[in-house]
Design a protein around this ligand. Sequence first.
Ligand SMILES: NC(=O)c1ccc[n+]([C@@H]2O[C@H](COP(=O)([O-])OP(=O)(O)OC[C@H]3O[C@@H](n4cnc5c(N)ncnc54)[C@H](OP(=O)(O)O)[C@@H]3O)[C@@H](O)[C@H]2O)c1
Length: 250
Amino acid sequence: MRDRIPRPHATVILAIAADGKIADTARSPARFGSANDKAHLEQQIAAADAVLFGNGTLRAYGTTLRVTAPDLLDWREERGKPLQPVQIVCSQSCQFDPNWRFFQQPVPRWLLTGKSAEFPSQSPTNLPLNSMFDRILFVETAGGEIDWIDAFGQLANLGIQRLAILGGGQLVASLLAAGSIDEFWLTVCPLILGGAAAPTPVEGKGFLASFAPKLELLAVKQVGQEVFLHYRVARSTIHQGIGSEVNYPH
Ligand SMILES: NC(=O)c1ccc[n+]([C@@H]2O[C@H](COP(=O)([O-])OP(=O)(O)OC[C@H]3O[C@@H](n4cnc5c(N)ncnc54)[C@H](OP(=O)(O)O)[C@@H]3O)[C@@H](O)[C@H]2O)c1
């Protein structure tokens, strides 16, 4: 039974403009959140065993957010966790620029790719991919996309109980369609980005309203000009993740 395979508890964390966009039409990095939002994101990352993002997000930022706040580093150390969660990028093309700062950051880096990927043995600058990543996970694919049941099963077997999903919209859409997301944290930021082509939290083919994943609102918090929304994905649309029982920093 595929839906009985253990999998990490997965939480999506995104900043959105008041019109729902997660970036402008130039697909710029989303740096419109406040310092409070950045601290909230770092807290969610610190609570995770690993973070997952798509190659489009890595391409936009070229970098990732590390845990640097002393109280969060202490929190991880006290629980015997490595100081930094694993940073996992998913990609089918495996096209990365080794000059992205991400590849110099002092974090554990994993690549998640499909068994059917056209896996180049070397990056565009002739650096072998296995020298850029600490671990490469090959997973089943369906229709050219990663099979998330297989991928999350492999992650659970490697001890990943809690996963923070950092976007972008293409990744979130495929995870949601696979029933692999448990929670959303959305920070509504006070600006309008607009633009039909600007990325949104969930891209892909979309859901007809009658089949749309349903959410339960867990909390609403206003801090300054921003609103932090915490949702749980209704149980009928997911199968139970592991790693839900531990107390995480809030
Ligand atoms: N506001 C926020 O909090 C926030 C957060 C993150 C990102 N963003 C914005 O979002 C934009 C990027 O979003 P996006 O939708 O283009 O990118 P994305 O989901 O980050 O990345 C898409 C790429 O990731 C890989 N990928 C994603 N899902 C996959 C799957 N199911 N199977 C195999 N590969 C998969 C593929 O890489 P390959 O092409 O290499 O195969 C795909 O082209 C940027 O503008 C960024 O600024 C905003």
